[in-house]
Design a protein around this ligand. Sequence first.
Ligand SMILES: Nc1nc2c(ncn2[C@@H]2O[C@H](COP(=O)(O)OP(=O)(O)OP(=O)(O)O)[C@@H](O)[C@H]2O)c(=O)[nH]1
Ligand SMILES: [Mg+2]
Length: 525
Amino acid sequence: MGLCSSKIEPNVSKSKKHRSTDEVHTNLDNLSDAVVDINNTEDASVRATLKDVVDKNKATPIYANNENNSSTDNNDIKKSSSLISKVDSGIGKRSKPSSYENNIETPIPAENSSQMKKYIISNPNVKLSTSKLIKDDMINQNVNKSSLSMSNTMDMSGVYSPLADLQDTPQKEDTYKVLLLGVGESGKSTVLKQFKILRQGGYTQDELEKLRSVIYKNLLDIVTDICKARNKYKIPVGEADIKDLKGTIKDVDDFMNTLRLSIDNRNEFITRNVPLEELEIEDIVGLPSKFFAYLAILWKTPATQALLRSKHRKNFHLLGNASYFIDSLERISKPDYVPTVDDVLKARIQTSGIQETTVEMQEDNIKLKIYDVGGQRVERKKWIQCFSNVSILIFCVSLSDYDSPLEEDPKINALAESIQLFDSIVNSKWFVNTQVMLFLNKIDIFIKKIKQSPLNTYFPEYSGDPKDAKASVKYILSLLKARNRANLTIYPHVTQATDSSNIELVFATLAETVLENKIKNLGAI
Ligand SMILES: Nc1nc2c(ncn2[C@@H]2O[C@H](COP(=O)(O)OP(=O)(O)OP(=O)(O)O)[C@@H](O)[C@H]2O)c(=O)[nH]1
Ligand SMILES: [Mg+2]
């Protein structure tokens, strides 16, 4: 088994200049490019806090490379960039990139890349018009073949690279590679959905109808999460839960059988006879009508509510938007239910494999090739396949993870995992010439949570007001910035990926960043 370093090169784009260490910097502590759409954010308290964050920290636009930015020739460029508010996260010389490549083996090239290509298929779930899915079993098969070790605590081992020849195809002019990274559930695929909504004409009625099973699957996941948590804390569902509902519910068995779909007429709804947890989206044809009412009861029952408010909450997994779906149960239960775009954005579909999507930013005359990957530990060993020649890295961090366990390993704090992963990525040799957009995501959930669940309970070094959202976000950003030993230019954005108007603003800055790079590469800056 030979190692190959020639097929996949570190990200050294010949056309790109190294950034100057004399870049213009704004004060990082200002959190100055918290780009959010204040007016269109759903929740009033979220709006107020976001407005405060943005108003008090208005950014001075900066340029990634200021060598010539006082030149009158560049006035137009400056004007066109004036919308961008950026924060550079490091000043000074680039230190030696470290952790990632020290912990991985060099990827091995595909033995037969043309054979590999035939596995690239359309993603059946997301239906992005120009998307491809690099199929998981193909990757796994080759990962196993390469028998590379799992390297470090982050499970980011080097992997076999079935896409090697695809990656090495030189990028067409004006096509830029955008890579979405972050831990599981940080919001990567939601950002991708926003590309479809904002730049690809959105979802057709047909596509929305096909996504009905995804919403049903999310409801089943909520049942699973609640039942698992109740069992774990020794409050299994029992008579007490239904005692006031004797007229409506036959007995606990009927209740649980319906919720867990172990009902007599299961075949009407489910195409495969496997436990609930193993169901795939495509197995779910429908749900029995009383399921929706029973789920509402399970959620409202005092024991469940007490558990959701208890100190144990941080120790079990629950879909982030569970309450949104519970609040929408009546609508979702209708036989002619068609998911709304909001439902689709709020739904969770765990990504496995690599999703490639081409998006044309027509107004800016650029094409983006966007790669979305699965963020769970087991998925990360596949990432390296898309590391070469990345123009823009969008790293998603879920702010609301600060008090949550990692789904894959409940002993680990999910935000701590995110920070560690960010460290591995920004200090990797693959991204020395990449612009990094850091999405501090799920601000809406974070703002609601922080009032009840103070930050210093989980991050004891934090000495600010533990219930103050703005100060807490700044602190989390400072933890991330401190990991940028490679001094990459990093543009943080406080985001709510489920909110299209918020993400529209961020996309505008993304296009500006790409264009700025393009102009730089032409030698204009
Ligand atoms: N309320 C809220 N929910 C969000 C936000 N961003 C993402 N979500 C939800 O979080 C869940 C996970 O989002 P995904 O985009 O699937 O996360 P991911 O990073 O792609 O996860 P993996 O595919 O496992 O790596 C989904 O239910 C999203 O709707 C946000 O800003 N606010
Ligand atoms: Mg995903």
